[in-house]
Design a protein around this ligand. Sequence first.
Ligand code: G
Ligand code: G
Ligand code: MN
Ligand code: NA
Length: 250
Amino acid sequence: LRIETGLRLALEDNQLRLFFQPLVEPNTLRISTCEALIRWMAPDGRMISPGEFLPVAEETGLMGTLTDWTLYEAMRIASDWPSSVAVAVNLSPSQLLRADMVEVISTALRETNFDPRRLEIEITENLLLGEHQPVLAKLEALRDMGISIALDDFGTGFSNFSYIARLPIGKVKIDRSFLTGIIADKRRQSLLRGFVHLVASLDLRIVVEGVETIELLEFVSSDPQVTQIQGFVFGRPLPETAIGTLLRAS
Ligand code: G
Ligand code: G
Ligand code: MN
Ligand code: NA
């Protein structure tokens, strides 16, 4: 209840911030996407993580307002970046079910004068997704607008991944749990290579997430089918001014 009250105030009182984390192309080290990650700067100076307040936003019906804000803010900020850099926004399953989601996104694109080809939407794996006709139709409408759809956290908690062949996605982000302990474990290495190969065989672009060390960077980069790499080895998510400076300098 305390978080709920605070969150309502945070939305009115400008306490939310978007941070941005680069996705880097392995060979050129070029940043081609930045993922928007929401943060709450509480009045007491504490930074509250989305893992803490997004579940409350979902439960209390604030997720819609919060998502609308995130979409506009991400496009507003990314408008100042070099045009070769896309911005990625996470959409929760509840938001994909919203009847007005496509309209909200197309209105935000128009009002911020943002090129849809520079917008990526990250959706999470959900067993129902592949079967849910209204969600599929929305994803198709977004894709037809030129927006690229990425399947986030891939490889966590699925029992059947045949549905990725049916989703209108352009990119798969392999969950960072795949990198845990991988350097010392040949079987885990084979598993990651197999996943990358599987996704590439569907003509989808591939992000490997959670690359924290140079060793991991070298291992992941050695696979030519990996399109982008994301992780702390390139830095933590950065605030608006810092990411702008970084992108203009590179
Ligand atoms: O940034 P951090 O590692 O704390 O993110 C924790 C989780 O919150 C991640 O799963 C991330 O996808 C999610 N998240 C961050 N920002 C947003 C957002 O704007 N919308 C949604 N739906 N999820 C977000
Ligand atoms: O669920 P999603 O993939 O959207 O979550 C993205 C979050 O993952 C980011 O908010 C970021 O804080 C976190 N993250 C990004 N890179 C790394 C990494 O290299 N290691 C770990 N542990 N977390 C990361
Ligand atoms: Mn994500
Ligand atoms: Na992810």
